[in-house]
Design a protein around this ligand. Structure first.
Ligand code: ATP
Ligand code: MG
Length: 224
């Protein structure tokens, strides 16, 4: 019963996963076990170089572990740490278009574009060439692309690192709404160094020495 339920809901499970980059003797991720079995807002913290971005790349299959099993049943969208590593198209509209489901009418597409740009505080930026955007605006565009893609699991790697407080709170609230939607909640796995963000999470964990700690409620989470 439990297994059949798990297979219906999008989820991620790591079982004894170990990973090291080529040429490195030490495992960066070592016998790591964790799971995310229900929709929600999940956050991970950890020191620079502890392997947070690597963990996200393992989840979405960009890199493969040397040992262990990654079971990932989700339609994953990704917001990379550096927006320049992700944006492909010359302007905001075309970048959003390559992320949207094209099987809907032009009217619906335009409505969605307007909506997601508003959600990240970029209303009116549709025709703007990408090279004229600031770093924070590019970061917000990549978040808008994740929102418009209609995925059920979004990985966000320090998505607010380049944002001012107003944009930061707007994006946090948008993700919170999507992950706590009554009808169709999604999951978001969000990496952060900004501790004030943890209060938005349903659960927080720390990546340290190759392992992810157990998930804790933000109020009970202590960062060492
Ligand atoms: N492609 C690669 N080849 C070799 N080593 C790598 C590669 N990518 C990352 N590393 C190394 O792996 C370690 C973990 O990197 P990672 O980017 O996952 O850390 P992080 O926790 O995301 O750090 P930050 O907080 O600075 O974003 C670092 O020592 C990094 O130099
Ligand atoms: Mg990183």
């Amino acid at each position: 019963m439990r297994d059949s339920l798990e297979s219906e809901i999008h989820h991620i499970k790591f079982k004894d996963v170990s990973f090291s980059y080529p040429g490195e003797k030490e495992n960066l991720i070592f016998k790591c076990n964790f799971s995310i079995k229900k929709p929600g807002f999940w956050m991970i913290v950890g020191k620079n170089g502890s392997g947070k971005s690597t963990l996200l790349k393992l989840i979405n299959g960009i890199i493969k572990p040397q040992n262990g099993i990654i079971n990932c049943k989700a339609d994953i969208g990704m917001v990379f740490q550096n927006p320049d590593h992700q944006i492909l198209m010359p302007n905001c509209r075309s970048e959003l278009l390559i992320n949207v489901n094209q099987n809907i009418s032009d009217f619906e597409i335009n409505k969605k574009i307007e909506y997601v740009l508003d959600q990240v505080g970029l209303s009116g930026f549709e025709k703007r060439p990408v090279h004229t955007l600031s770093g924070g605006q590019k970061q917000r565009l990549t978040i808008a692309c994740a929102l418009i893609s209609n995925r059920n699991f979004i990985l966000l790697d320090e998505p607010t690192a380049l944002l001012d407080q107003t944009s930061q709170i707007k994006v946090l609230k948008t993700i919170k709404n999507l992950t706590s939607d009554h009808k169709n909640p999604i999951s978001a796995l969000w990496i952060t160094h900004r501790y004030e963000e943890l209060t938005y999470a349903d659960a927080v964990a720390e990546l340290k020495n190759g392992l992810l700690s157990g998930w804790k409620e933000p109020s009970k989470f202590q960062y060492n």
